[in-house]
Design a protein around this ligand. Structure first.
Ligand code: VGL
Length: 197
């Protein structure tokens, strides 16, 4: 790894984990894997970003208002908090997405920091050229963030051991991974396989 790398931890929130409002099967199992990547990025003093789904109570993202999903990750609720066992360092930049009532907010690149600055600009400000992406869910927010990252011109590495999917249809996650690889993402599995440079 090198100075132009950043880690993106996608939506590791209570509502996407077992017991949550939109639980992803084994969603909590991304946490130990992500903690290992976080440790490596911290040690190398590389930037770490954590996105969160951060919805208003009424949004067209929710079934009751024409969307696909039960209410989840509503701003300020316990379900919207990061998993307590996720070891985010104090310097991690929090990116909130899906805040507008007409926005799905699947992609981290639709999200902003607490000053309203978008993810692509924050990455560029730090000279980032390659992003390492893991979290929830493989077939929605992870996929969209990876595809948008490539469109924005970043190199993208999918953290294969640190993602889990919703799988509304059987096989959605595998298809999502295939789509990300086809679009130009690389995949690694395990902090031990992080590139040396
Ligand atoms: C997500 C489904 C609905 C995600 C968000 O974070 O991947 N999935 N909203």
């Amino acid at each position: 790894m090198q100075g132009k790398d950043a880690l993106l931890v996608i939506d590791v929130q209570n509502d996407f984990c077992p017991g949550g409002a939109l639980a992803v099967a084994d969603g909590d199992q991304v946490v130990p894997a992500l903690n290992r990547y976080i440790g490596r990025f911290e040690k190398s003093q590389l930037p770490i970003f954590a996105t969160r789904d951060w919805h208003p109570e009424r949004t067209r993202h929710f079934k009751a208002h024409g969307g696909l999903w039960p209410p989840h990750c509503i701003q300020g609720t316990q379900g919207a908090e990061f998993r307590p066992d996720l070891k985010l360092p104090a310097g991690a930049v929090i990116i909130s997405a899906g805040m507008a009532p007409d926005e799905e907010g699947y992609s981290g690149f639709e999200g902003r920091d607490d000053r309203g600055i978008g993810l692509a600009e924050l990455l560029r400000q730090r000279g980032v050229e390659r992003i390492f992406v893991g979290g929830l869910a493989t077939d929605y927010c992870v996929k969209q963030t990876v595809l948008d990252g490539l469109k924005h011109g970043f190199k993208v590495v999918l953290l294969g051991d640190a993602v889990r999917g919703v799988n509304l249809q059987a096989g959605d996650s595998e298809r999502a991974v295939a789509e990300m690889l086809r679009a130009g993402a690389e995949r690694i599995s395990g902090a031990a396989s992080l590139p040396k440079s």
